[in-house]
Design a protein around this ligand. Structure first.
Ligand code: C2E
Ligand code: CA
Ligand code: CA
Length: 764
């Protein structure tokens, strides 16, 4: 036999989960930061788009406002210049008509010149001298160097000339001069008529705070780009000191945002040319005024978006961390809930859940098989060696099962010594059967543990999911039933075995349940009774002892022999209470017999291994003996050979205690088990009963004869008591006589009978 080496660390091991395994619920944690980032992105996109739109709208609004003002301002300038031109034209006409009689004062009379329309009107002679002027007490000045004088003198067709602002030599005020050439009747140069106006006159009174705001600007430009008049933010600027080439640039740009060359203020500016005169207007609105609302809104949007971003990111971070912690805790809990702590394998809960999901989802008819593995002798080893060793052994078993099953299988531990393997696939049954065979082969190798080796037996049940299977519990129950059947089959030979579930197993299981109920009822109503069979001395023929044999008087089925219910009662544990009833009844009966003379020497009672392992036989025996005043040496307990050979420490301990009490232990059915004669020496018994299968061979079967001979001589050597069972005929009696004084039992000497018919004393 090959023994597996014990591993140093029996700890956990990994087995890869197959696709069968329960799908964990999808985690949404990653979605929180991603979603939040997308949301933040969306917020910013919306905010920036909104800001852009509002900016565009604000600029359009400014443009339309300045454009409106510019149109009316241009019209206004057009009219103002026209008014001046009318005066220039009128003077030119009147003067040319009659230079000698023309008197400039008539202008005032006709109210063509007043303090608020014009500063002064002057007629300059052909040499630049002042001929007439509306300014009283004017000093004689020479104006021949004035640009308008030179322009008109050199160009007869110039028309209306508008000068740049100049410091009037007569008025001593800054003024704009509107001039036209004066001609003699022959067309030669006769001088210039000059109308001087205050430059502010062009712009004052037109400034509208509502339309232009406090930072607005009105300006009038000449076609050469020179500033003629300007009104900004309600103040007049000096136009001369700032010829402002940038204004000239406006001739090309005709509007837009630019920094004012005079006050450096950034303004939205609209340029509009006069319809009739070589002048243009500029209407400006300060960027600050124009965009104040927009900027306010923009800041608000930015603040809002920023605030939302901070809040969202903080919240997302918090939620993510919290959820991650929760998820980790939940995963840990789930792992704990789904895992068998000892082996690290999935537990029953995970198995049933996974099966349930798989069945609900896929309905894998014929493609899902369970291999239910149950260890036959684990409990005894566990009781004998202690739980720690038992645990290590289970870990070894789990490891070996995992190895045999391979990486693709799902292996779960579903109970103390129960494991389930799940197989999925097209040929699930065949795969399960082959797996079961492999497991059985693998169990042929003993498990090495702490220097010892233990042969484990496994009973394996296989069930395949089919249309008749209701759900996962049904499938599990079927595999369990099949395992149970395999255990029944394997038990006599003490072999590992597998069985595939068949429907009749279910019927049998139902019957089992019924039988258990019947047994329960039988115990309550004490439907059991005992018959006694004498054990006699071969030489004297006197009854030495009486073996109590149980029967069941079933209310419907009549008397049932022990072979038909004792094995079942052993399997189901009912033998423990039944055994107690038997011992009690037997002792009561025996104490009665003791009163008659000569009473039997001893009482033989059969006990089952189950009573030794799971019941408290020692206490029961002691109580019965005490109660009925029976000498312990008069009680023999018959135990089958296989029970003893299975040799759990619990059995041995109980037997030892019983023997210490004085009770004798007899090995029943000797020869049917696996013990050889030499093993008798090491067994802790007081006697043997040779099984009737050997007695049957007397006197013809040489092997049987040799066996009987050997056992008898060995028993004598070892000082063991000896009973030959099943003696039925004279021939056997005769052959046995050669051994002298031995005890015999059998139909020849007396069948098992009711206690009332027992005749104590010499047998027939
Ligand atoms: P066992 O302990 O070997 O009991 C002897 C069986 O052999 C009895 O069958 C008896 O009727 C039968 N027998 C006796 N002489 C002869 C003979 O000359 N020829 C043949 N062919 N058979 C003979 P029974 O009463 O049917 O009991 C069968 C088995 O049931 C017993 O075998 C024993 O293992 C078990 N059993 C009976 N009573 C009890 C009990 O109270 N407790 C337990 N645990 N087992 C019991
Ligand atoms: Ca017996
Ligand atoms: Ca027997």
């Amino acid at each position: 036999m090959v023994v597996e080496k014990s591993r140093k660390s029996p700890g956990r091991f990994k087995i890869r989960r197959c696709c069968f395994r329960l799908q964990p619920p999808a985690t949404c944690i990653a979605w929180i930061p991603t979603g939040t980032l997308l949301l933040v992105l969306g917020i910013w996109l919306a905010a920036l788009t909104r800001i852009q739109t509002e900016g565009r709208e604000a600029r359009t609004a400014v443009a339309s406002a300045t454009s409106q003002v510019a149109s009316s301002f241009a019209a206004h300038i057009d009219k103002t210049v026209h008014d001046a031109d009318v005066i220039v034209g009128w003077v030119k006409y009147e003067y040319e008509r009659s230079p000698s009689t023309f008197n400039i004062d008539t202008l005032k009379d006709k109210a063509l010149v007043s303090a608020d329309t014009a500063l002064q009107v002057t007629i300059v002679g052909p040499s630049g001298e002042v001929l007439q002027t509306t300014t009283p007490d004017a000093q004689p000045v020479d104006l021949s160097d004035r640009p308008h004088f030179i322009a008109h003198k050199t160009n007869a067709n110039l028309g209306l000339y508008i000068s740049l602002p100049v410091l009037g030599r007569i008025s001593h005020h800054w003024s704009l001069q509107f001039t036209r050439r004066l001609n003699n009747p022959d067309g030669s140069f006769a001088g210039v008529v000059v109308v001087s106006e205050d430059p502010t006159f062009l712009t004052t009174g037109f400034y509208n705070l509502d339309a232009l705001g406090v930072g607005g600007m009105l300006a009038v430009l000449s076609d050469s780009g020179n500033l003629l008049s300007r009104l900004a933010a309600g103040e007049l600027a000096s136009p001369v000191e700032a010829p402002a080439p940038e204004y000239r640039d406006m001739l090309d740009v005709k509007g837009g945002v630019f920094a004012d060359p005079i006050d450096r203020m950034r303004r939205f500016v609209t340029y509009r040319h006069s319809a009739r005169y070589p002048v243009a207007v500029l209407v400006g609105m300060s960027e600050d005024d124009a965009l104040a609302g927009y900027w306010h809104a923009r800041n608000l949007y930015l603040l809002l978006a920023g605030g939302l971003t901070v809040v969202l990111l903080t919240a997302a971070a918090f939620i993510t961390v919290t959820m991650a912690r929760l998820a980790a805790a939940r995963a840990k809990m789930q792992h704990l809930a789904e895992t068998d702590a000892l082996t690290g394998l999935p537990n029953r809960y995970l198995l049933t859940e996974s099966l349930r999901q798989c069945i609900e989802r896929e309905k894998p008819f014929g493609q899902l098989a369970l291999v239910f593995v149950d260890l036959d002798n684990f409990k005894r080893i566990n009781d004998a060696l202690g739980h720690q060793t038992g645990d290590e052994l289970l870990q070894n078993v789990a490891r070996r099962l995992a190895r045999v099953a391979g990486a693709e299988s799902f292996l779960a531990r579903v109970g103390g010594d129960e494991f389930v393997l799940v197989i999925k696939g097209a040929r699930a049954l065949a795969a399960a059967q082959s797996l079961a065979s492999s497991i059985i082969d693998a169990f042929e190798i003993a498990f090495g543990l702490r220097g010892n080796s233990y042969v484990m037996r496994a009973s394996i049940g296989i069930a395949v999911y089919d249309a008749d299977t209701e759900a996962e519990y049904d499938l599990l129950r079927r595999a369990d039933l099949a395992m149970y059947a395999a255990k029944e089959e394997g038990k006599p030979a003490n072999l590992s075995r597998y069985r595939v579930y068949a429907p009749d197993l279910s019927t049998r299981a139902m019957r089992d349940i019924e039988r258990q109920q019947e047994l329960q009822y039988a115990i309550q109503n004490n439907e059991f009774f005992l018959e006694y069979q004498p054990i006699v001395s071969l030489t004297t023929g006197e009854t030495q002892g009486l073996e109590a044999l149980v029967r069941w008087r079933h209310p419907e089925k009549g008397v049932i022999p022990p072979v038909d219910f004792v094995p079942f009662a052993e399997r189901t544990g009912f033998i423990v209470p039944i055994g107690e009833l038997i011992l009690e009844a037997a002792c009561a009966q025996f104490s009665e017999w003791l009163e008659s003379e000569p009473g039997p020497l001893y009482l033989s009672v059969n006990v089952s291994a189950v009573q030794l392992i799971h019941g408290d036989l020692v206490t029961v025996v002691r109580r019965c003996l005490d109660q009925h005043g029976i000498d312990p040496r008069r009680l023999k307990l018959e135990i089958t050979e296989t029970t003893l050979l299975d040799g759990s420490a619990a059995v041995e301990r109980s037997l030892k205690t019983l023997r210490l009490l004085g009770v004798r232990v007899v090995l029943d059915d000797f020869g049917t088990g696996y013990s050889s004669l030499s093993q008798l020496t090491s067994l802790t018994v007081d006697g043997v009963k040779i099984d009737r299968s050997f007695t049957r061979g007397i006197p013809d079967d040489r092997a049987a004869l040799a066996m009987v001979e050997n056992v008898i001589s060995l028993a004598r050597d070892l000082g063991l008591t000896l009973v030959i069972e099943g003696v039925e005929g004279e021939q056997q009696v005769n052959w046995l006589r050669r051994f002298g004084d031995i005890e015999v039992q059998g139909f020849y000497f007396g069948r098992p009978v009711a206690p009332t018919t027992i005749r104590v004393g010499r047998a027939a």
